[in-house]
Design a protein around this ligand. Structure first.
Ligand SMILES: NC(=O)c1ccc[n+]([C@@H]2O[C@H](COP(=O)([O-])OP(=O)(O)OC[C@H]3O[C@@H](n4cnc5c(N)ncnc54)[C@H](O)[C@@H]3O)[C@@H](O)[C@H]2O)c1
Length: 364
């Protein structure tokens, strides 16, 4: 089993996503896509991923370049900041990395976003590639070239659009991922069904047992379908001027909840809650009916995602935090809603009362 997807950027072929079940093909895909040799290659990873996969990857890259190093930082969102970027810059300087060096992001979305940003800015930009190892990074963050870090409590406040040279995902790495982080990624997978792919939504309803038990066929199908959906949005709208914002379905309220929980709730969990609230808003507008709303909430539950906020939070605080999100246009929040299952739209005219009603729906 193997699947490839070529992603275009601004109308031209940019990079290939390789979906595989091991790392055996990595060297040949690399040689196929990269037509020159690098002075040096640096693998960037985190403290959880390093003991699992770094040695195998170092061995592979040593076969591709004479000068290979690695740097690992403490796992977690709290490391996704400019201090860690500086640590990586210093490592690159110590290793005499040049404009002709390559950074390899080996890990989840935190490693991918931070490594991409470091690559975009070190010596005004060097090449990088993604080896995503979480479900969320495989179906979402490794595709589309959004890179960046958090600043204080502001998520992804500093960043750049910067495309990888290639993305290679080994689905077997998901076997070491815990249930919580697997569910986080499933939030984004379900999102694709909701915003752009009704048949996939139906497939997800039928195949939850296979997917939750990480059946290789089910994983490959759902990762491929998710990447295909993400590819569509990032190709149509690479810099998020229009329909790429549909990918933010559930994210405006989700980010607010994530911030107010001091990041104790995972990104995917918060996005799931945001999707429930956004589905309630779609129901209130008469876009989806009660049965569809119930289906959405049930499906999130089947993938072990929360559909109610279990920790105490003030609805007014959630609303205020949503308004500080980057998705504001003037004083209005741009909300992504469902026109129907499998079709998203944006909506700017919710009143604070409408939004508070949907937020309170998460608490009852
Ligand atoms: N760039 C984008 O377009 C985009 C899109 C969505 C999310 N994001 C960002 O992605 C980040 C979240 O990504 P994430 O959920 O992958 O988080 P993460 O990178 O923190 O990974 C989650 C946890 O899983 C561990 N881990 C990674 N791979 C593993 C494996 N194979 N086995 C065992 N443990 C493993 C990590 O060490 C970490 O503890 C957030 O910072 C979010 O802002 C970016």
């Amino acid at each position: 089993m193997a699947k490839d997807l070529l992603v275009n950027y601004q109308g031209k072929p940019s990079y290939t996503i390789y979906i595989r079940e091991d790392f055996n093909d990595l060297a040949s895909c690399f040689r196929r896509d990269i037509d020159h040799s690098y002075d040096s290659i640096c693998l960037v990873t985190d403290s959880n991923v390093a003991p699992l996969y770094l040695k195998e990857l170092l061995d592979i890259f040593k076969g591709l370049c004479d000068n290979v190093s690695s740097i690992s930082f403490s796992a977690g969102e709290q490391s996704k900041n400019l201090d860690t970027v500086q640590l990586v810059y210093k490592h690159l300087i110590n290793k005499k990395c040049t404009r002709n060096s390559l950074l390899v992001a080996l890990g989840g979305g935190v490693v991918g976003d931070l490594t991409g940003f470091t690559a975009a800015t070190y010596l005004r930009g060097i090449d990088f590639m993604q080896i995503p190892t979480t479900l969320l990074s495989q179906v979402d963050s490794s595709i589309g070239g959004k890179t960046g870090v958090d600043l204080d409590r502001y998520k992804n406040m500093v960043g750049a659009f910067y495309m990888p040279k290639m993305v290679y995902m080994n689905l077997a790495t998901l076997n070491s991922l815990d249930d919580y982080n697997f569910a986080c990624g499933m939030g984004e997978v379900v999102k694709y069904g909701l915003i752009s792919d009704e048949p996939f939504f139906e497939w997800l309803k039928v195949n939850h047992n296979k997917l939750n038990s990480k059946s290789p066929e089910a994983l490959e199908y759902s990762v491929y379908e998710s990447c295909k959906n993400k590819k569509y949005f990032v190709e149509e709208d690479p810099k998020e001027k229009g329909i790429r914002s549909y990918l933010n379905f559930g994210h405006t309220l989700g980010h607010a909840i994530e911030k107010l929980s001091d990041f104790s709730l995972g990104h995917g969990q918060c996005v799931a809650l945001g999707m429930v609230a956004a589905s309630h808003l779609s129901f209130d507008l008469g876009k989806i009916d009660g049965k569809e709303l119930e289906d959405i909430i049930n499906l999130l539950g089947l993938y072990n995602l929360p559909t109610r906020l279990e920790i105490e939070m003030n609805p007014e605080d959630i609303l205020a935090a949503s308004k500080s999100d980057k998705k504001m246009q003037g004083s209005k929040i741009k909300f992504i809603i469902l026109d129907e299952i499998g079709k998203a739209d944006s909506y700017m005219d919710f009143s604070d009362q409408d939004l508070l009603k949907a937020i309170k729906g998460l608490l009852n």
